[in-house]
Structures are given as C-alpha cells and as structure tokens.
Ligand binder design. Structure first.
Ligand SMILES: [Zn+2]
Length: 357
C-alpha cells in the first residue's frame, strides 16, 4: 500500500513541479481538513485533482482474454476484433425518458463477449467506425452478468476504445472463437434482440400469441410440394398430375424470450410437436367442427403463456417486413438438460478457466 502511495506522491510531484515532501505535506493537510473522512490515498487523489494532475489512473488490470473474464474482475481491458455491430435501439425508461442502447460483439481466440453502449456512449461506435473485423482494444469495460447469466461488458463513461491497438497480434475474423463455426452452424444461445437473419438460434421463449389460421395445406402425396385446387376443384401437381392431396401443417405463434418477440413458424413435425396434435388430429377435429381452425383455437388455452425451447433459423420476411424464426426443433424446457447445455457451452467458450485468485 505504502508503495502505491510513494508512486502517487512521485507522480504528483513530477507533474506539479513540487517536491515529494511538499506533496506529502499537502496530502496530510488535506486529510486533516477532511477530518478523517478520506484515506491517505483518497487525500492524495484529491490533491492531485486540485493540482490538475491527471496521471493518476487507477491501477489497471492487465489485458484479459475474453474467455477468462469473470464478474469478480469488475473491470477489464480486452483486445480483439469486432465480430458484429448491432444497430442501436431506443427504449423508454420508467421515468418516461428515452434511452438508447447499441451492442457489439468482440471476439478473441478464447471467446466472444457482448459489449453494450448506452445513450451518448452509442456514438462511440460510429465515431470509431466500428464494424465487423475492426481490431480494437477496449479499455476499462465494466463486467456484469446479463439476465441469461452470461458475462457481458458495459462501455461506461470511464471506458475507452482504441482502434488498431499497437503491439497487438489479433487473428483474422475467421480464426476467432465466434461461437458459430461455418458449415452446419450449430444453434447458438442468442437473445432475440441480438438475433439477425441467418442466425441459427436456441432460445427459451414464452408463447404470447397464436395465429388462428387454418394450419392445413394440401401437398402432392408423391413429391410433397404444395398443390392448390384449380378452378374445377381438382388438385394437380405440375410433375405428378392430378392427385388426391395429402396434408401438411404450418402453425405460427409469437414467442418472447424477455428481450424481444417475434413470429415463430412451425412446419410439419414441428407443428405437431408444438400443438401436440398430428395432422390427422387437426383435420378430423376441423371437419367435425366445420372449421379448420378449431384445433388451434382449442390449443390456445394450453399454449399461451407456455415456455418452450426452440431452435431455428432467423430469416427476414419481406411481406411482414420483420424477422421470423423458422423453427427446426421444439421441446418443453427441461431444467436439467438446459443447465447441462449451458454448462457445456460456458466451458466450451471459456477456454482457460478463470485463475483461482
Ligand atoms: Zn408431385
């Protein structure tokens, strides 16, 4: 501690052209004036501040690998590349004021982390021209946990971005641990607010709306392609001629993961899994009721408000002008499996375990 104090005194002396003794005396005087409200170090900072000495940065932690970041560090510097930049969003605060937030993802060889910029801080992204591939050093990022228990960073008024930091060897984007490797793109646990078209995501979401349309559509029993009735009411496949149609099912629902909601589309088996009904169930119930939406309407009671695990691909729907989720898999949330998946994922993305400090 006294060593730190010596360093402080030395810095103040150098910057202010005072002697070390004069600085010590000033600190002592300040400490007395504040009647023991501040420590010696605190008094030294006040003195430095009054003298306009700005070299007194808090002792900085070394640059950390993203994979080793932990909440206990509170703050860290990281060096990596911008993997992705999300457009800013506006939101209303409880007091009615308008807030802004924008997120970027920074990656290094050990993992990726989301960094959020708030209000005026959002401008930092444009100011530095951050985009996918930009090499950056983020100084003084505040570390916290998001509501899905993942480590994230917050760019605060004390944080800084250095583009193209010196003496840093940062691998190209393709070599970074970006979470999704090419090819079959495994589903990644993303928040809906962060998901963009092309992402294959795994989310835990609540069904908040069910679209009560006729879920059935006619397909050619030979090739499975959709067929429609012609003016004579006959179903003709371009390839296989007139057919007695088979049926497939598509169901849409709005799902919400707590960060955003979007329309999820369930086809075929996924529609069956979602409704807990086969195509034949839906069809016979519809025929009995004289309304093909009957099964959907009846299912709404049990589905609305239900939580599900969904995997699927996010795509942009030109007609609705919104993103939607093409569901590839639907399953009820299973706490144990869910926790295991999370642990596996964390271990996978953490690389080296945090040092036991
Ligand atoms: Zn056909």
């Amino acid at each position: 501690m006294s060593n730190d104090m010596d360093t402080l005194v030395e810095r103040i002396a150098t910057e202010s052209e005072m002697t070390a003794d004069e600085v010590r005396a000033a600190i002592e005087k300040k400490k007395k004036a504040l009647a023991g409200l501040v420590s010696e170090t605190g008094a030294a900072h006040i003195v430095a501040n009054e003298l306009g000495v700005k070299t007194l940065e808090r002792t900085r932690p070394a640059v950390r690998s993203i994979g080793e970041l932990s909440e206990n560090m509170r703050e860290a510097d990281i060096i990596g590349r911008v993997v992705r930049v999300f457009p800013p969003r506006e939101f209303s605060r409880k007091d009615g004021s308008l807030g802004r937030v924008a997120n970027i993802i920074i990656g290094d060889e050990t993992g990726t982390i989301r960094v959020s910029f708030w209000d005026k801080g959002v401008e930092v992204i444009d100011h530095h021209g951050l985009e996918a591939g930009t090499p950056v050093k983020l100084v003084g990022g505040f570390i916290k946990r998001d509501n899905m228990d993942r480590i994230e960073m917050r760019f605060t008024t004390r944080s800084r971005i250095v583009v193209d930091p010196k003496n840093a060897e940062i691998p190209p984007l393709e070599k970074l641990a970006t979470g999704s490797t090419g090819g079959s793109a495994p589903a990644q646990r993303l928040l809906l607010r962060d998901a963009v078209p092309g992402d294959v995501v795994r989310i835990r979401a609540t069904v908040v709306q069910l679209f009560e349309n006729n879920p059935l559509y006619e397909v050619c029993p030979s090739c499975g392609k959709r067929i429609r009735a012609d003016e004579k009411g006959k179903f003709v496949c371009a390839e296989h001629g007139e057919q007695e149609p088979a049926y497939n099912m598509v169901v849409s629902a709005t799902v919400d993961d707590g960060t955003n909601c979007l329309r999820a589309v369930f086809f075929r088996d996924n529609a069956s899994d979602f409704l807990g009904l086969s195509v034949d169930d839906v069809r016979s119930e519809g025929e009995k009721a004289g309304d093909m939406t009957a099964a959907i309407s009846r299912s709404a009671g049990s589905l609305l408000g239900r939580e599900l695990l969904l995997e699927g691909r996010v795509r942009f729907n030109d007609i609705s002008d919104r993103n939607e989720l093409m569901v590839n898999r639907v399953s009820p949330p299973n706490a144990k499996a869910e926790a295991e998946a999370l642990v596996t994922e964390l271990e996978g993305s953490t690389g080296t375990p945090p040092s036991p400090s």
